[in-house]
Ligand binder design. Structure first.
Ligand SMILES: NC(=O)c1ccc[n+]([C@@H]2O[C@H](COP(=O)([O-])OP(=O)(O)OC[C@H]3O[C@@H](n4cnc5c(N)ncnc54)[C@H](O)[C@@H]3O)[C@@H](O)[C@H]2O)c1
Length: 430
């Protein structure tokens, strides 16, 4: 089947590549010419393990192509995926402008029967509005059906998540359109659940809100652990042995971030408020997360008093390992506060340095190695649990920092290990 994706970011590029991988003819379109030119030269606009090889394979076999011409992208295309961003606006509402612009562009160029597949995460009710909008702008030139097909991939494991997802959700008011999208996805051999538009939209939001709540729940338990002398790692492990609870997303740390959880949680709260429903649990998850992200600053201030002019090593900048995405990264929020406190920071991340440099410029120092960041630092913060950061031998901290004080926001080391080294160690919930 010939498929066009409008928006070639994290979701668009990964979805498009995986659809090509299972045999479809895919065109990825983006308004960002630089991004498309980069892709045409065989380079990726962001870091994602395994993606480079798969893009290369599918461009070489002719199933995957890139364009910044909307006309070329939509020529004879009957299946159009919308994969543009839906960031949070400054007023806290989801900014749907990219969705509206993309829809209007589609409406101007389509001429026959098309199915719009919405992969972007959009507030409940948006798909219906978009269908009407495209119908109106295209002045009846084309017949349109819309399908909500929310995306659940996680950056860092996105290829695996797409090829081996646990479910594919297809929501539509059109039985025909739902069946076409089901057929497109059949080669993935993943369980498919078909439902109506609003339910599909809400499945996406509820899933992310539930996972965010699970993280905030364990982070709140971590706070009690610190007061009563319990160990959050043991508590989470013991809880997770119960299959009704499960061990995933029960890792205490400095809270969730990224381009999805914070904005999806806010969007669900906003939608509920509009419908006079008070989302007490989800609001609390958000509040707990706001506190949790800055918990290491409190610990550092308790330890040092003023942080002014102190030298700090920052290890890990992306919102989670295996991605260079720093959107809503807890590390970035904490670094902004540390900057205001007058801390001299040297930051290290395996792949996210360049993105962070765009935000902080010359306000902080950057290191191309963990060792370079640690040298002469008075304190070190671990914000992202990259494998290579987790593997730093504790002896290194002693070797490179004169009197090492380590604030570990991801509980990378066991207390037993740490006790064997002359390191002052502060972690979460232990
Ligand atoms: N990133 C994730 O992990 C993830 C996971 C699940 C769902 N989502 C959702 O998927 C959607 C996309 O997220 P993303 O992370 O891929 O965003 P992104 O910012 O990485 O990519 C969006 C792309 O859309 C392009 N774009 C904007 N307007 C356009 C237009 N009119 N025509 C063509 N291209 C246009 C941008 O240039 C950009 O390349 C969002 O709704 C997000 O919430 C993201």
């Amino acid at each position: 089947m010939k498929i066009t994706l409008v928006g070639t970011g994290h979701v668009g590029l990964i979805t498009g590549t995986c659809l090509a991988e299972i045999g479809h003819m895919v065109t990825c379109y983006d308004v960002d010419r630089d991004k498309i030119q980069l892709l045409k030269r065989g380079c990726l606009p962001f870091f994602e393990p395994g993606l480079n090889e798969m893009v290369k394979k599918n461009t070489e076999n002719g199933r995957l192509s890139f364009t910044y011409s909307i006309r070329d992208a939509l020529l004879n295309s009957e299946i159009i995926y919308i994969t543009v961003g839906t960031p949070m606006g400054t007023d806290g509402q989801i900014d749907l402008n990219y969705i509206y612009t993309a829809s209007d562009q589609i409406a101007e160029h389509i001429t026959n029967k098309v199915i719009i597949v919405m992969k972007s995460t959009v507030p409940i009710g948006t798909n219906r509005i978009i269908k009407e909008r495209i119908q109106a702008v295209s002045s009846g030139r084309a017949s349109i059906e819309i399908v909500s097909n929310p995306e659940f991939l996680r950056e860092g494991t996105a290829i695996h998540d797409t090829l081996f997802a646990e479910r594919i959700i297809i929501g539509s008011d059109s039985k025909y359109a739902a069946e076409v999208v089901e057929k497109i996805n059949q080669p993935f051999d993943i369980p498919i659940f078909k439902t109506d538009l609003q339910s599909a939209e809400l499945i996406k939001y509820s899933s992310n809100a539930f996972l965010a709540t699970k993280i905030s729940f364990i982070n709140e338990i971590a706070q009690i652990c610190e007061r009563v002398g319990a160990n959050i790692e043991d508590v989470a492990y013991g809880m997770g042995l119960d299959s009704r609870i499960g061990s995933k997303f029960l890792r205490a740390g400095i809270g969730y971030g990224g381009s999805c959880f914070p904005k999806d949680v806010s969007a669900l709260i906003q939608t509920a408020t509009m419908h006079n429903v008070d989302m007490n649990i989800i609001k609390a998850a958000n509040v707990v997360n706001q506190h949790q992200q800055v918990v290491l600053i409190k610990k550092a201030k308790q330890r040092f008093g003023s942080l002014h002019n102190k030298k700090a090593a920052i290890l890990g900048l992306s919102f989670k390992p295996n991605t260079d995405d720093i959107r809503d990264s807890p590390a970035v929020r904490v670094m902004n506060i540390l900057l205001d406190e007058g801390v001299q920071m040297t930051a290290y991340d395996p792949v996210a340095i360049e993105n962070v440099r765009k935000l902080f410029g010359d306000d902080i120092y950057y290191s191309s190695s963990i060792e370079g960041a640690l040298v002469n630092a008075e304190m070190a913060f671990i914000f992202t649990e990259w494998e290579e950061i987790k593997k730093v031998p504790l002896s290194k901290y002693k070797e490179l920092m004169s009197s090492p004080v380590l604030f570990d926001g991801r509980n990378c080391y066991s207390l037993e290990e740490v006790s064997q080294y002359p390191i002052e160690y502060y972690s979460i919930g232990r």
